[in-house]
Structure formats: C-alpha cells, structure tokens
Design a protein around this ligand. Sequence first.
Ligand code: CO
Length: 407
Amino acid sequence: MTTGKRGSQRPSRRAFIGLAGAAAAGSLHPAARAQTADAIRDLGETPSDYGRPSPFEDSKRWSRAPDATASSSNTPLADLEGIVTPSGLHFERHHTGVPAIDPDTHRLTIHGLVERPLVFTMDDLVRMPSASRFHFIECSGNSAREWSPAGAPNVQMSHGLASCSEWTGVLLADLLDEVGLKAEASWIVAEGADAGLMSRSVPLERALDDVMIAYGQNGEAVRPEQGYPLRLLVPGCEGSISVKWLRRIEVAHMPSMARDETSKYTDLLPDGKARQFTLVMDAKSVITRPSGEQKLDGPGFVEIRGLAWSGRGTISRVEVSTDGGDSWVDAEIEGPRYAKAFTRFRSPWRWDGGRHVLMSRATDDTGYVQPTLAALLETRGRSTIYHNNRIKAWEVHESGEVTNAEA
Ligand code: CO
C-alpha cells in the first residue's frame, strides 16, 4: 500500500524487479531444502517466558558499546526494518550509569512556581489519562564524526545515536494543570534520579505542547536503560533533554543553567559565542542499505532503503541520488508518517556494477531541506560538535563494497 505521493520522477518498482525475482528462484540451493526438512522432523521449543532473537541472528551487530568504559552504545540502523527500534537495541547514553529503581518507592515531585506542589506515585500517574505516540530520540552528539569528510565507516557509528519507539505516558500539560501554574512560570527544570542528578531546562511553551512523562515503550514498561520507571520525553528535541529516571520537575521563571546546558550541549561558533538551548533536531536522513561495510552481491536490482526524521514535524519528501548529488529522484515514503518520528523511505535502483556515490536528502513540512556539510560548516564553523544533520554519502565500489564517501 502506498501512501506517498506518486512523483513523476520516481522510477517504477515493477520495472526493476522482474529479473531479480528470477535470480532469487535460481538460488534456492538443494542443501537449503534439506536443512528445512530436518527442522520439520524435530519437535520445536516450548513457549518461553520472554522471546529472544533467533540464535542465527548475528549478535555482533547489536548495539553493544565499543568497550567496558564507554558511556554510550549505538543502534544498528543498517540491520533494522520499518520505523520502530526494538527496545533492546535503543541507543544508550548514560552520564552516571543506569540506576536500579523500584517503581513502588519511586516518586515524581512537581513544585516551584505552582499553586499546589504535588508528589505522584507511579500508580497515580498510570491512573491518569494516557497517550501513546511514536517519536524518535536523537542524541545531539549523533553524527559528531560527520563534521569531518572522512566520517564514520558504517551507519551504526555515523547515525546510531538515534532510535524510534512508541512511547506511552501522561501529557505533562495534564500534570501541570493538576498543580496549577503561577503567572511568572516560564520554564520547567527536570531532574533524574541517576547518581549525577542529570538536569535540563525546558521552555514552558514547549512543556505545555507535546511533552510526555513516559512509563511505556513499545508496548511494555520503559527499559531501565531508557529511564525505568519514568522518563521525560520532549519530542523532536536533543536526547539529553528527555531526562531519564525522572524524579523532580521544578517550575521556574528561568532555566537552571545546569552543567548539561552550559559546559555541554551548547554549540561554539566561530566568533567565540555559543548557541545555547538549541533543542530542536533538524530534518535528517540516511541511507541504511546499501551503507558502509556492506557488500553488494553483483549488478542488478538494489532497493535503496533509509530513514528520515525531523524534530519540527513530518517528513514531506526524501530524494535519493546515485551520482553524488548531480541528479535526484523522489524516494517512496511507505508506511506510517508521524510527526517527530522515524519515516522509512525506499527507492528502486539497478546497479550497473560501476562506482556510484549514494546520497539522501530530506525535506520536512516546514519546507526545511537537509543541508550539505559545506553549508553547515559555513554557518557553524569548525568548533561545534552537536546538531550535525549533513547529507550523508556512501560510495559503492566496483567490487560491490560500500564505504563512507568523502563528500
Ligand atoms: Co543543542
């Protein structure tokens, strides 16, 4: 089922697939048939308490951190389908580790410039009107290596500090309504229950819009690494502001100027000034297949697949280039298209066996178009590490190998 608009530039899928279908039929090896027959003869496993991926899946590709001292791990975007990131593969970024919190004793305190300061138990929160929404979370340091043309070698390392879940919880606007805002209220300051008391300030206007207090993730309780039992969720904004293990919200008349909104998570500009409270993650896309460290099997049909997202709204268009940006075609946007969520795009291509540079370019419903690295460097300079949404390029070599392209 196609919900995307049928652009006249877009190549027809059917024209590409004919030969590929014949090739697939020819590859059904007799040994593969014998193996299937063995599996059919044996009785299978009984039901499990909690399902796990097939042992045949390559666990080396999971989101494990590079070493034991790392404070982050990346989602293996190249190996995922659709728009939802499995909860166990959501990227992780902890400033002081993952606390173990008993929901029965956990409390959320809301105080400050309010009429009635209140303390909520988890039961209080679950009892309130709930909402379920698909949203991405992206670390503002995602793609930090992409400020250099050399870039990261694969999409897990270049873009994997971004994931998308269905979040369930209470709208913060409903909670603020319960406590009653005083006239001077203009910011909220959220604090986590981790050892570092991670703290970030959110403008009240945004807090009253679509911000959630989430206790559910992809149909079950939020994972410990994602803030169990309760996290703030600020859709479309840099990940660190969606404070995990949420324990306290203070309503204030100014931001708290916490460590993670002053010395960190600010953007140093060429004139020595820093951009502060640059919260929104701008429109971005990346091709996940073919992408770095993959290898094409030989010339013929290739479905170029990828993800696009925008912190300002919905993705309205994704274009794909197979010639390093000289020409572009509209990709197909198929499946759900939610605001501030991953959006899946696909584009049929026939690889001729030659060298090609593949790129994708997203546009959101505000009309904002994903920029090149050169355009970003021109406005931000070379000292900034966050908020890199450059167009990413992969190079397909004659051998079929795919590497980062210096673009
Ligand atoms: Co920022």
